[in-house]
Design a protein around this ligand. Structure first.
Ligand code: PLP
Length: 451
């Protein structure tokens, strides 16, 4: 990488990255001409691939008409069209859409709508939002309070209202069979126990990532879990919020991950693939039954300045059209099966891969020092960091985090854009193979004997 002057920009750390020049389809190029395959769609965002011409054309057309119209002053055709399309693609009854600019904002909006609904319907004692441990729902203080990922939450604990948590259904770690309904019920019943312990009259909502994201590494719930969760929430008057920020817009092989289990939540939140990285955009989609009492009770006391921006909404409409035109949910399902089979092939050859999981093109593998005991790799290897760096040097972008509360248990998410072909899958597998070999060479002498 050529030496560059001081950057005035900062994010998490001091590390510098190559400068992005161009991106097209599944590939990205830096200004020095190096090509990368975007094997994580950014942060599971660019689902339809980079620089899609139809989306760019739609954005250009909208830009030439108007780029901003404040929602208190105008309705726009773009925001009405996106709201209507979104309502059409989400389960029946969920047909009121509230626009935001990202996932954390969508989660905040869902929590606040749920709370205002409780207040408006005479249930003001309900305020607790139960979530799972681990989970990730966003970085703003409200969304962080329902997140469970120690490195991200610890510094801010005194500033947040503690919220109840239940264990995420990590059957593979607990030695339970995920195909058995009894396993799903075992974990779902922990939610009911928690609701009863807290007092159902105090519990407002349960929020869940239907297929886990970065905090669990594409955790797929065991059989019977989601259906039972829906029943429990209904029984206790607790609203079910599906966080589809990462899973929505087709990534798991259906438009919404919740569709795999045929459940209807009360609220859905989306972002990431919903606008596929073309613009900052997210949405909260709520059941009419929740929205009407809030509007009758003086209105929803919440909103962001950029919400419903016509340029963002025009891009969103075009992204959803491309998902349909190119049949990308189906492609995510088929290519996801092909990629998962290839990852399992790598697991056969590399004993440090202890688990391969996920649905559609939301896939991950988890490193383990010992498959039989599920012991994680030594934390000081920082495998989640190092492996991503090696793959990056080899021209493959993947995403990683730590599965076990963010402190150990390294997993790597492999989530290419939903436009991938078999040839791309072979290329990804080849680069993963080379990167795993290099990583093993680096660390084999530091591993416990069993690995
Ligand atoms: N919810 C989930 C499941 C996510 O994966 C994320 C981001 O990774 C968020 C919420 C927060 O979204 P954002 O980073 O756009 O605020």
């Amino acid at each position: 990488m050529t030496e560059r002057g001081k950057s005035h920009l900062f994010y998490q750390g001091r590390g510098r990255k190559p400068v992005l020049d161009q991106a097209r389809g599944v590939y990205m190029w830096d200004t020095e001409g190096k090509r990368y395959l975007d094997g994580s769609s950014g942060a599971m965002v660019c689902n339809i691939g980079h620089s899609n011409d139809n989306v760019l054309d739609a954005m250009r057309r909208q830009m030439e008409r108007s780029t901003f119209g404040y929602r208190l002053h105008f309705e726009t055709e773009a925001s009405e069209a996106l709201a209507a399309k979104t309502a059409e693609l989400t389960p029946e009854g969920l047909d009121r859409v509230f626009f935001v600019s990202g996932g954390s904002e969508a989660v905040e909006s869902a929590m606040k709508l749920a709370r205002q609904y409780a207040v408006a319907t005479g249930e003001a004692s309900r305020w607790k939002v139960i979530s799972r441990a681990p989970c990730y729902h966003g970085c703003t203080l409200g969304a962080l309070a329902i997140t469970s990922y120690t490195p991200l939450t610890r510094p801010f604990e005194p500033m947040m209202q503690p919220m109840p948590k239940v264990p995420a259904p990590r059957a593979y770690l607990d030695g339970l069979d995920p195909e058995e309904e009894a396993t799903g019920h075992h974990y779902a019943d922990m939610l009911e126990a928690k609701i009863l312990e807290e007092g159902p009259e105090t519990v407002l909502a349960f929020i869940v990532e239907p297929v886990g994201g970065a905090s669990t590494g594409a955790l797929v719930p065991p059989a019977g879990y989601m259906e039972r969760v829906r029943e429990i929430c209904t029984r206790h008057g607790v609203l079910l919020i599906l966080d589809e920020v990462m899973t929505g817009a087709g990534r798991t092989g259906k438009f919404l991950a919740g569709d795999h289990w045929g459940i209807t939540p009360d609220i859905i939140v989306m972002s990431k693939g919903y606008a596929a990285g073309y613009v900052p955009l997210g949405a909260m989609v709520a059941h009419e039954r929740l929205v009407e009492p809030v509007l009758d009770d003086g209105g929803f006391q919440h909103g962001f300045t950029y919400a419903g921006n016509p340029l963002a909404c025009a891009a969103g409409v075009a992204v959803l059209s491309e998902i349909e035109r190119l049949n990308l949910c189906h492609n995510a399902e088929v290519m996801g099966m092909g990629l998962k089979a290839r990852l399992k092939g790598l697991m056969d050859r590399y004993p440090i891969i202890g688990d391969v999981r996920g649905k559609g093109l939301l896939l991950a593998f988890e490193f383990m020092a010992d498959r039989s005991t599920k012991a994680p790799l030594p934390t000081d290897l920082r495998a989640f960091d190092r492996f991503v760096q090696i793959a990056y040097e080899n021209g493959l972008i993947v995403y990683s985090r730590r599965t076990r509360d963010g402190t150990e248990g390294d997993h790597i998410l492999v989530c290419p854009p939903m436009i991938v072909t078999e040839t791309h899958l072979d290329e990804i597998t080849h680069m993963l193979d080379a990167s795993l070999r290099q990583f093993m060479e680096e660390i084999h002498h530091k591993l416990p004997k069993t690995a």
